[in-house]
Design a protein. Sequence first.
Length: 188
Amino acid sequence: MTAKTQKYIPLAVATMKAKTIIKSLMPHTERIHIAGAIRRHMAQVDRIDILCTPRIVENKDLFGQKDKPARSPAFIAQCLKLGALVNGDIYAGRAFELELPGGLLLRIYTATPDNWGYMLIIRTGSTDYFKEVISRGLRKHGFRGIDGMLTKGSWAVPMPEEIDVFKIINMPWIDPRARKWDAWRRRD
């Protein structure tokens, strides 16, 4: 089976697999969380979505001088043990995909401490809920998402927790299981 073939598995199976993956990646991350359809408790799941902040290591160039910080080689190695890289940049990208044994797709999104809350709300979804409820509320209050950061004017606005996003749009935190656009549309 290829990563392009859509395969659905029951929520309980996907959750168990996601927890095993998180356990294997946790030593190599600063923070990690299940996202996507699993976090929304969808009955059938077509992939595993995980958001994490990989550990960063200081590198040195050939002359022993500090070079740009990079993702931990242990994080990269552990990801590649999980499955074959099929999309994205595992070394520096904001997202990449691995095909797990059996053909299920694992999508790993990365975040920083400053954009964790914003990225978690995006990566939890649903896409329609984010676009129609969260994004609309953000625009109404003068915010925009640029390169993974929430901004107001020319300033990046840190959103270290998901609840922070809800607060700035004057909404209570919404349980991920209720983040379905159809349910919100009926309220209008």
